[in-house]
Write a protein that binds this ligand. Structure first.
Ligand SMILES: *Cc1c(COP(=O)(O)O)cnc(C)c1O
Length: 427
């Protein structure tokens, strides 16, 4: 590991005042060892650390930076909005523009409410589903991460998984007991739980493409079965598209798979890098929300004008530039480079990709669920991660996180990454 004296000093200081020195656990690099670098600034596909090193970034602030870092359109939109005030706490037109855009892009969303994070979005979906159905139980899938919501920190992915805490302390057992967890892609397990508990299930929440335990895809028919069983038993289907929404297609993964969830949680790309989430769906369900309905939900900063302006600018740029076709091309190029590197190194590791999201699992077996993903060689991944970082390429500091491409990545960037990956795999 290359020394980073300024980052090290900053991290030592951070640890005095911030638990673990970070405001979100995965940033602490515990999954790979060593210490995190501190950012000086970021631009396009690059991050510059405090020690003046340039890093080619494949994390993209964990998904939001789909245009790259500090895109001009977003900076201008934020500056323009800020000149008229940074928060109102009373309706503003940008909120309506955002809501109209989301409803137009995501056909299953008839009404939408803005929140400040993906966690708030999934938490609110659950409360709404429980209020609407009058039932308490929810089903989630092992390795899926839906933010740090009490009911959903059961066999969760992302940082919870990296840190070996898929079940958090502090979640009342009585609450966790209402969460049923199942392996992803297991149709039989799904059928039998619905046969047993169908009448008590308020909702099933799922990342349609699970991307918080690496990245794996739904088997053909699995999400269709989920839709069918929910409809049959009067449970709501919640797609957590916080990561996949506006990243894989204008209408999220639901546009690609053609399945209509009852509710959808959104975040990340929708905020253009500002703290934003949203949840929406069937109008008859959304009308259960306060002030029209009995389910309470609120937010002092929800619909914040800077956040709306940043998000709208990002979404409009995606539409203007035919982004999803370009991202697929970049993804295919990155995949080709990685597969060539694997071949050259004589390694048969699993590389998985959809559009601009990817994961290289350090295992040779197929990966369709959390158990498969956990067969990866985490020690080998950690060595690979540090080799890449030292050579100037920043991948997510955990085997159980997806990687992201942005429109700012160039062909030259991807060629460079291919060389670095080849070197790291051969080392
Ligand atoms: C990141 C993420 C969340 C949580 O969003 P935050 O903004 O971090 O609260 C929820 N669900 C999925 C699928 C995510 O990837």
């Amino acid at each position: 590991m290359l020394p980073r004296p300024r980052s090290s000093a900053a991290f030592a200081e951070a640890k005095r005042f911030i638990p673990g020195g970070v405001n979100s656990p995965v940033r602490a690099f515990r999954g790979v060892g060593g210490e995190p670098f501190f950012v000086q600034r970021a631009s396009g596909s690059k991050i510059y650390d405090l020690d003046d090193r340039e890093l080619l970034d494949f994390v993209g602030t964990w998904g939001p930076a789909i245009l790259g870092h500090a895109p001009k359109v977003v900076l201008e939109a934020v500056a323009d909005a800020a000149s008229r005030g940074v928060s109102f706490g009373i309706p503003n037109a940008l909120e309506v523009e955002m809501a109209r855009t989301i409803c137009a892009w995501v056909p299953s969303i008839e009404k939408v409410r803005m929140v400040n994070s993906g966690t708030e979005a999934t938490m609110s979906c659950l409360r709404l589903a429980r209020g609407f159905t009058g039932r308490d139980k929810v089903i989630k899938f092992e390795g899926c991460y839906h933010g740090h919501v009490d009911s959903l920190l059961v066999k969760a992915g992302s940082g919870a998984l990296t840190h070996g805490q898929p079940d958090s302390a502090g979640v009342p057992a009585a609450l966790a007991a209402l969460t049923i967890t199942l392996p992803f892609n297991d149709a039989d397990a799904l059928r039998s739980i619905f046969a047993r508990d169908g009448k008590e299930i308020a909702a099933v929440i799922v990342e349609p493409v699970p991307a918080n335990a690496g990245l794996y895809l739904p088997k053909p028919g699995f999400l269709e079965l989920l839709r069918e069983l929910c409809t049959e038993h009067g449970a709501l289907l919640i797609f957590d598209e916080v990561m996949t929404g506006f990243r894989l297609a204008k209408g999220g993964y639901q546009e690609i798979c053609g399945i209509r969830p009852d509710l959808t949680a959104l975040g990340k790309v929708i905020g253009g890098g500002l703290p934003v989430g949203a949840f929406g769906g069937r109008a008859d369900i959304m009308d259960y929300l306060s002030p029209d309905g009995p389910v309470y939900q609120a937010g002092t900063l929800s619909g914040n004008p800077l956040a709306m302006a940043a998000g709208l600018a990002q979404l409009q740029e995606l539409e203007r530039t035919d982004a999803y076709r370009k991202l697929e091309r970049l993804g295919a190029q990155f995949e080709a480079g990685t597969r060539e590197a694997l071949l050259r190194a004589g390694k048969k590791f699993r590389f998985q990709r959809i559009g601009s999201m990817f994961c290289l699992y350090f295992t040779e077996g197929e990966v369709w669920n959390l158990e498969d993903a956990q067969r990866s060689d985490k020690a080998a991944f950690a060595l690979y991660f540090h080799h890449c970082l030292d050579a100037g390429v920043y991948f997510a500091p955990s085997q159980f996180e997806a990687g992201f491409l942005s429109l700012a990545h160039t062909t030259a960037d991807l060629e460079f990454a291919g060389h670095v990956v080849a070197g790291a795999l051969a080392a």
